[in-house]
Ligand binder design. Structure first.
Ligand code: FAD
Length: 442
């Protein structure tokens, strides 16, 4: 079937849906083509076997994420704060120590080491212009090295290096030794600063949505012309744009492409994309993350005065949270396996992933963590319509060579998706603002 519309949008994640809604409000017709049988993309709420709803993808909102907060308010979404009551845990060499607030109990030398590294990273990050990272005064130098190399040079104690690496990997979900330092600084500035990115109360992990974040995407999609099961394979562009998908074709005046960069590379463009745009797409791999989720009859760790938040130098789970529903009717521990740890874990079957995750939970919360009533996860790297998560990142020498075309339209093709955002790039908020920006361009 061949159809005609004003704007065709590829991808029904928060970016594509936000673009479609803005266009509808401006009186333009838009068709959204989505490969999956659901909307939401990297936001995915699932029903755990015999358990409650669980967010296996994006779930949190936090201060300064103004686009997401406005959307939640507009929808009247029921939100609740992430559980933080009680002591947090830091595990070093398998030994657990309790702490309150944001600063783990480490030796003085390690604490000072972490503190000065964080201070220096934030000072450098503030020098990176969010709309043009390649114009930063030291852009070439910072883009020629990796965040991992910088940490190796600038941290003196092993404990500090291991824990800061674990914390940063949980922010980036990527190997720090593969990520451009300039990209890391851009990302830190884009999410305000490291305290905000790491933070629960007052940070990026502050607020959850009752029932899960995917419901927000579903409400956003209602009333829009979204076609599920329509994977786009080919795009012809020139005097108009014709997008060929699994169930037909749509011809439009303009197209908004709101999918992760490496999936753009899988689409056949006629004529081909300009070399700089093609290189940018080819040079931005995805990170890797698995949210390992164990469901218990009760949040038993709360009885021991623990918040459920833990940070460990040993994997595969380095960071864990209390992800229970707001009424505490059952207990949910959620731990992140990131980067190479996620790739190794993802190579196991579900029983193997469960066993590895529970070993980490037992290390932090004791024997009661060994017998959840259910376990669930999602291997984003194996999901063909994400191919990794949280998002794409720039290896060295990408921002300064081809980064400048990140938002530049190619004829009638416009680019959205969280990776193209200036603020909260990599987050739901960035996805929404990118969709609004692309809709305004159109
Ligand atoms: C485990 C995990 C935890 C996260 N935690 C958070 C968090 O707590 N807070 C936060 O703000 N962010 C979080 N994120 C990141 C956040 O989910 C993403 O930044 C955001 O959802 C990206 O939205 P998007 O619209 O840019 O892209 P996507 O959500 O990836 O949407 C793109 C859509 O395009 C579709 N698609 C792809 N290729 C094609 C094709 N060829 N044809 C048609 N359709 C196609 C996909 O199926 C998808 O639906 C997390 C992500 C993950 C995976």
């Amino acid at each position: 079937m061949s159809e005609r519309t004003d704007v065709v949008i590829i991808g029904a994640g928060f970016a594509g849906l936000s673009a479609a809604r803005a266009l509808r409000r401006a009186g333009r017709a838009a068709i959204v083509l989505e490969a999956r049988d659901r909307v939401g993309g990297r936001v995915y709420t699932s029903q755990a076997p015999g358990g409650p709803w669980v967010d296996l993808g994006g779930q949190w909102a936090g201060p300064t994420q103004d686009h997401l907060l406005a959307l939640l308010a507009e929808q009247g979404a029921r939100t609740f704060p992430t559980w933080t009551t009680g002591d947090n845990l830091v595990l070093v060499d398998g030994k657990a120590r309790r702490y309150r607030g944001t600063i783990p109990r480490l030796g003085v030398a390690s604490l000072l080491d972490v503190g000065q590294a964080q201070w220096r990273l934030e000072r450098m990050a503030r020098q990176v212009p969010l709309d043009a990272p390649w114009t930063a005064r030291h852009a070439e130098r910072w883009d020629a090295t990796t965040l991992g190399a910088w940490l190796a040079r600038n941290l003196r104690t092993t404990v500090a290096r291991d824990l800061l690496t674990a914390g940063l990997e949980s922010v980036f979900a990527a190997e720090l030794g593969q990520m451009s330092l300039l990209h890391a600084l851009f990302y830190i500035h884009s999410g305000r600063d490291l305290d905000t990115l790491f933070g629960t109360t007052d940070g990026a992990q502050a607020t959850r949505v009752d029932g899960g974040m995917q419901g927000v995407a579903e409400r956003l999609a209602s009333g829009l012309d979204v076609r599920l099961g329509c994977a786009v394979r080919r795009v012809e562009h020139g005097a108009a744009v014709t997008v060929h998908h699994d169930r037909g074709a749509v011809t439009a005046d303009r197209a908004i492409i709101a999918i992760p960069p490496h999936l753009i590379a899988a689409i056949d463009f006629t004529p081909r994309l300009p070399p700089e745009r093609a290189a940018l797409i080819a040079q931005t791999p995805m990170g890797a993350v698995i949210k390992c989720t164990a469901i218990y009859d009760r949040p038993f760790w709360r009885d021991a005065g623990l918040s459920g938040l833990s940070l460990s130098d040993r994997g595969p789970i380095h960071v864990a949270f209390d992800n229970s529903p707001p009424d505490g009717s059952c207990g949910v521990l959620m731990g992140f396996a990131e980067a190479d740890a996620a790739r190794r874990l993802g190579a196991l079957d579900e029983a193997g992933r469960r066993a590895a995750a529970l070993t980490c939970f037992v290390r932090a919360y004791g024997g009661a963590a060994a017998t959840p009533r259910a376990y669930t996860d999602h291997v984003w790297e194996h999901d063909p319509w994400s191919g990794g998560c949280y998002g794409a990142f720039c290896p060295p020498n990408t921002w300064t060579t081809v980064g400048r075309v990140i938002r530049t339209p190619v004829g009638r093709l416009h680019w959205a998706g969280t990776e193209t955002a200036t603020h909260w790039s990599g987050y739901i908020d960035g996805a929404i603002s990118s969709g609004l920006r692309a809709a305004a361009e159109v």
